[in-house]
Design a binder for this molecule. Structure first.
Ligand SMILES: Cc1cc2nc3c(=O)[nH]c(=O)nc-3n(C[C@H](O)[C@H](O)[C@H](O)COP(=O)(O)OP(=O)(O)OC[C@H]3O[C@@H](n4cnc5c(N)ncnc54)[C@H](O)[C@@H]3O)c2cc1C
Length: 292
């Protein structure tokens, strides 16, 4: 049996004061679909768990003023997937969250936990990087905003201090004439984690013939999920011909720094980045075809 103290605070203030009191000894518990597995495996041994599920601020799921999507850190993935503004306006995030685990995992697990667990393969991360999401982080002295790009600091490491918690993820309305696509490769079709994942997000001109903006993010092929600015810069101002897309895909593969492990070799992962980058750009372009 693993022994630990369990707290279920009912306000953000109470949660933060518990984190202060048990600084360095406590872990925040959201859905527990990563945390409890790590505890059972003996990879981590927190003395205290602070349950986030009853904190109202962490349960906010809102589309405010039709401009900003707020995803509270304790909101289950299944609610995010079914939330109409996510379905209608944030297709790339909807695709990624729908892929995570199973119905049971999505009923417990959260976007917040996916991000705070900071696995390089976290499926919500590449789309949120493309959407330039921000993390709202709180400690007992106040709140700060951390762009998601600086939130991930290494495998399992985030910008959160030991007395801080993630309150919510904020995502602004994407630009007009934009669309994205997230694809991942898993050796098994279901209940597996990505050996590589790519999110591509494009903004086209009203005429639709050239690329006004591009954001490309990779998962599971570097110590953290990453954007690849060199590929994005290459695409901007160009007509998205098959040749340009193929060149962008080569560049994305070159920018990845995958490792070899039990699940895939570095070489195979790099090849996957090339294929997935090509496909996600093509699919985003196709999705925009109907809008321009
Ligand atoms: C069978 C199975 C299949 C899975 N499939 C996938 C998959 O396809 N894709 C994928 O990406 N993941 C997958 N996962 C991993 C996991 O389900 C997801 O990462 C999920 O989103 C984690 O959310 P959670 O709420 O359960 O996090 P938890 O396990 O509760 O927490 C994860 C980590 O984040 C910290 N944390 C949580 N909330 C906060 C907060 N508000 N502030 C600070 N720290 C916080 C915790 O302390 C812990 O370190 C799978 C897991 C299982 C068991």
């Amino acid at each position: 049996m693993i022994s630990f103290e369990y707290y279920a605070p009912r306000s953000l203030e109470e949660a933060l004061s518990l984190l202060d009191r048990w600084r360095g000894e406590a872990k925040v518990l959201a859905g527990g679909t990563d945390l409890t597995v790590q505890m059972k495996d003996g990879r981590i041994h927190p003395n205290v768990l602070i349950d986030a599920k009853n904190v109202p601020e962490l349960n906010r799921l809102e589309w405010s003023d039709s401009r900003v999507l707020h995803i509270g850190a304790a909101v289950p993935l299944s609610k995010v997937v079914d939330f109409p503004p996510v379905v209608e306006r944030f297709g790339i995030l909807h695709q990624a969250c729908s892929l995570i685990g199973s119905i049971q995992i999505r009923n417990r697990g959260t976007v917040g936990g996916n991000i705070c667990n900071a696995a390089p393969s976290a499926d919500a991360a590449p789309p949120l990087l493309c959407l330039e999401a921000q993390a709202v982080v709180a400690h007992s002295g106040g709140t700060r905003i951390v762009p998601l790009e600086s939130f991930f600091q290494g495998p399992g490491q985030t910008a959160l201090a030991s007395n801080e918690l993630l309150v919510e993820i904020e995502v602004s309305l994407p630009p007009a004439l934009s669309a994205g696509c997230y694809l991942r490769h898993t050796p098994r079709e279901e209940m597996d984690i990505a050996v590589a994942g790519v999110a591509s997000f494009l903004v086209l001109t009203p005429e639709g013939d050239w690329c006004q903006g591009a954001r490309i993010a990779l998962g599971a092929v570097a110590p953290t999920p990453i954007r690849v600015p060199q590929v994005e810069a290459f695409l901007v101002g160009k007509t998205l011909s098959e040749g340009i897309i193929a060149e962008a895909a080569e560049q994305a593969a070159a920018a990845a720094s995958p490792i070899s492990d039990l699940r895939a070799s570095a070489e195979y992962r790099r090849e996957l980045v090339k294929v997935l980058t090509r496909r996600t750009i093509q699919k985003a372009r196709e999705a925009l075809g109907s809008k321009v």
